[in-house]
Design a protein around this ligand. Structure first.
Ligand code: NAI
Ligand code: MG
Length: 356
């Protein structure tokens, strides 16, 4: 069956990097129906909305969405509902995307890009699974009110509600174990169960789900310790599963371990395997239109799309190996350039991956 892919380039470098990923997808011998639609500021300029109904409909009808990036300083003064980033929130919500997969890989060829010593990070390959729909970001009640008790009674106070429903923890835990089964069968669940009720339920639920995956070694870690271990011995981790708040912070920390934002793909998935695939970086307005952006994060996102939404693991590996090969061959975009390497632009990097 032909699988349908919605391609949403977005703003800034979005269209430049997406073009290279689409070339790579088209070069594979898999029947794909690829359809483009505007999103973000580009869509706002055309249709008066960052996520026009026609774009949303296309995304809903597709097996997967390949997304570039959205955002530009010129939209900063728009009311919140018209800002480009609202498109991502809208897509997450309407597609029911509850799991965010962020690999952090440091290719040995790029070990110098990290701010950590090569002997600590070279060859790093971890996957962080962040829950996306629950936790303190969405819990109610929330707001700003006047404190009625305690030492600050009478003052303004801000408050939020951290909450997780058991089924919500259960479904992300299952994905964590399944991801670990595809890798080195090690799963680390990160929480703050010594202090938070939410985390206590999180830990109990993950332990319960673990019974269905006796082949995976489960460990637990408090989030503060996890933040330390990620910079002390990051290669000790394989798959990390955690909630929305802790995952937000730890996945950005892990991204910085690699030092190359232009190399990191990401995926957000729902229960039926539909997913949104995008580079971890933004729209890089500072280099947009110059043909110098690194397309590899987007090309690697296309590989994740094949693996997680289309079940074409072998084709995904082909892409990942091609990326590794172009790095071995010395091709570098400006963001990862080092003396002695071959500096290439966006399209030439796409050419190199296609050839490899
Ligand atoms: P950014 O990731 O766009 O850029 C940060 C720095 O990394 C810039 O110096 C940029 O040139 C560089 N960079 C990023 N991607 C690159 C690539 N592929 N190749 C070479 N260099 C690259 O983050 P920033 O500057 O904070 O945000 C810019 C815009 O992007 C904002 O409007 C922001 O809201 C938006 N954004 C969108 C995201 C998304 O669409 N998911 C995620 C993060 C930011
Ligand atoms: Mg973040």
């Amino acid at each position: 069956m032909t699988k349908k892919i919605a391609v949403l380039p977005g703003d800034g470098i979005g269209s430049e990097i997406i073009e290279q990923a689409v070339r790579v997808l088209k070069a594979l011998d898999i029947p794909l129906e690829i359809e483009h639609a505007p999103v973000g500021g580009t869509a706002y300029d055309l249709h008066g909305h960052p996520l026009p109904p026609s774009t949303l409909k296309l995304a809903q009808e597709s097996h997967a969405v390949l997304f570039g990036a959205v955002g530009d300083w010129k939209y900063d003064k728009l009311p919140r509902e018209h800002r480009p980033e609202q498109a991502i929130l809208g897509l997450r919500k309407s597609l029911g995307l509850f799991a965010n997969l962020r690999p952090a890989i440091l290719y040995p060829e790029l070990a110098n890009a990290s701010s950590l010593k090569p002997e600590i990070v070279s060859g790093l390959d971890i996957l962080i699974l962040r829950e996306l729909t629950g936790d303190i970001y969405f819990g109610t009640p929330r707001g700003i009110r006047t404190a009625t008790d305690g030492p600050f009674a009478g003052s303004k106070e801000g408050f939020d509600t951290m909450r997780y429903a058991e089924p919500e923890i259960r479904r992300i835990a299952h994905l964590g174990f399944q991801a670990a089964q595809k890798r080195s069968r090690k799963l680390c669940s990160v929480d703050k169960a010594n202090v938070l009720e939410t985390s206590q339920l999180w830990r109990d639920t993950v332990i319960e789900v673990a019974k269905e995956y006796p082949d995976v070694a489960l460990t637990h870690m408090y989030v503060d310790n996890a933040a330390m271990q990620l910079v002390r011995a990051p290669r000790d981790f394989d798959v990390i599963v955690t909630g929305n708040l802790f995952g937000d912070i730890l996945s950005d920390e892990a991204a910085m371990l690699t030092g190359s934002i232009g190399m990191l793909p990401s995926a957000s998935m729902n229960a039926s395997g539909q997913g949104l695939y995008e580079p971890s970086h933004g729209s890089a307005p500072d280099i947009a239109g110059k043909g110098v952006a690194n397309p590899l994060a987007t090309i690697l996102s296309a590989a994740m799309l094949l693996r997680y939404s289309l079940d074409h693991d072998a084709q995904a590996k082909r892409i990942e190996q091609a990326v590794q090969r172009v790095l071995q061959q010395g091709f570098r975009t400006a963001d990862i350039y080092e003396a002695g390497m071959t500096k290439v632009g966006t399209a030439a990097m796409g050419d190199a991956v296609l050839k490899a």
